[in-house]
Write a protein of this length. Structure first.
Length: 199
């Protein structure tokens, strides 16, 4: 069962999207290195944490400039809360890290969202038992992708929403529309995800 359809994204004003043959988030994350050995261990533990059950899907915009990933997972006992604790600590203590992809080191930096800096807190107060929203830039200068992730926990269930786009130059033609598109995507969460059973 899909968590969301391409039509849902279009109806929300996000434009034309097509479902990817397989979720982009199905791939194992690459090794990561943080500023300290302890944070390196936390990074790799948090991002490779496997749920007991999960369902995922991904979509790409017609011009390939935006990828939307959606996942709902269930973890046993208090594992969902522990995972959220790890993610919250990670973003609190680790403002940047690197990912090793082949022979490349890709930098990741946690940044304030463009526009309303209070947006993450407003969003986090709106969903589930707890929520966490962060925006990152990843890649070399001039080719950085912008990634916004919203994590929502409701009991043993965790929701992961990721909105990825080519950041481009700050004053580029796509830049002004990205915060609006991201906000529209996040507005889909309450109606589409929190009450969904795991397929």
């Amino acid at each position: 069962m899909l968590l969301i359809t391409a039509a849902d994204l279009g109806n929300a004003g996000l434009g034309d999207f097509a479902e990817l043959p397989s979720p982009s988030s199905d791939e194992d994350p690459p090794p990561m290195t943080g500023p300290t050995p302890e944070l390196t261990a936390l990074l790799n533990r948090a991002f490779t944490d496997k749920a007991a059950r999960e369902v995922r899907t991904s979509f790409v915009s017609a011009d390939s400039s935006i990828v939307v990933d959606v996942g709902v997972s269930e973890r046993s006992g208090t594992a969902a809360a522990s995972w959220m604790t790890d993610m919250r600590r990670l973003y609190s203590e680790c403002a940047s890290w690197t990912m090793s992809i082949g022979d490349q080191e890709i930098g990741v930096q946690v940044v304030d969202p463009a526009g309303d800096r209070s947006e993450p807190l407003k969003v986090e107060q709106s969903f589930g038992d707890e929520a966490l929203m962060r925006t990152m830039l990843a890649g070399p200068a001039g080719q950085q992708g912008q990634i916004t992730t919203l994590l929502v926990r409701s009991g043993a269930r965790a929701l992961e929403l990721t909105f990825r786009s080519l950041a481009g130059p700050p004053g580029g033609p796509e830049a002004p529309g990205l915060p609006t598109a991201r906000a529209k995507f996040i507005q889909l969460a309450p109606a589409k995800f929190l009450a969904l059973p795991i397929g």
